[in-house]
Design a binder for this molecule. Structure first.
Ligand code: GAR
Length: 219
């Protein structure tokens, strides 16, 4: 089986990266991690990648004169490792237009809300303040506008009355860890594709749903 080669970009805890690495270790999973790139030497995810014996490179943004120089180094590692798809997993650097354009249609991100709602930072605080009853997570292609590219798949997560940020983010994290590997499988198997600004699914109501939602009781 020809596997899809991915590069994972991280900045911190690395729990989404870990879920992807675990999925890639399953037999018949059509994706392989070619390289992990982390921009913070002290990030927890660096040690996780090492423990999992995955190829990890630290590209510390502080060592570069400007953003293009930092990105050129990341690009070099992505190309050198034959990366076909760049996967952001808690990567917290704003990218230049040049880097986004170079990887357009080949760069995806996970965001812990149901986009286009609650873009940006501190989304769980804002979700709780708004009183919405459903939040979730979204995997989307990266475009020039932050958290705005074509949506590939989403998971709905209930917001409960006694939730605080910790309980809610924990529930969303669980969903993220299931959704990201699922999306990677769909992309590798070409069961979804970009059609202009929209991602279409070949089987979305049958075998490969692009939305997961909490089950409701029938009365
Ligand atoms: C995740 O919740 C991810 O969705 C979020 O950062 C966290 C990283 O956690 N990303 C964003 O907010 C991007 N806008 P992790 O390092 O444990 O995967």
């Amino acid at each position: 089986m020809q596997k899809l080669k991915i590069g994972i970009l991280i900045s911190g805890r690395g729990s989404n990266m870990h879920s992807i690495i675990r999925a890639c270790k399953q037999p018949n999973f059509p994706v392989e991690v070619a390289v992990v790139i982390c921009n913070r030497p002290d990030a927890k995810g660096v040690q996780i990648a090492k423990d999992e014996a995955v190829n990890i490179v630290v590209v510390d943004h502080k060592n570069f004169a400007d953003r293009p120089a930092f990105e050129a180094e990341m690009h070099h590692h992505l190309i050198e490792n034959g990366v076909e798809l760049v996967c952001h997993a808690g990567f917290m650097r704003i990218l230049t237009e040049a880097f986004v354009t170079t990887w357009l249609g080949k760069q995806i991100n996970i965001h812990p809300s149901l986009l286009p709602s609650f873009k940006g930072m501190h989304m769980h605080e804002r979700v709780l303040k708004a009183g919405v009853k459903i939040t979730g997570c979204t995997v989307h292609y990266i475009t020039l506008e932050l958290d705005s590219g074509p949506i590939i798949a989403q998971t709905a997560v209930p917001v409960l009355s006694d939730d605080d940020v910790a309980s809610l983010s924990g529930r969303v994290f669980e969903a993220e860890h299931q959704l990201y590997p699922h999306v990677l499988r769909m992309i590798a198997e070409k069961s979804c594709y970009l059609d202009g600004d929209i991602v279409r699914h070949k089987n979305d109501l049958v075998a490969e749903p692009s939305l997961y939602s909490p089950t409701l009781h029938t009365y």
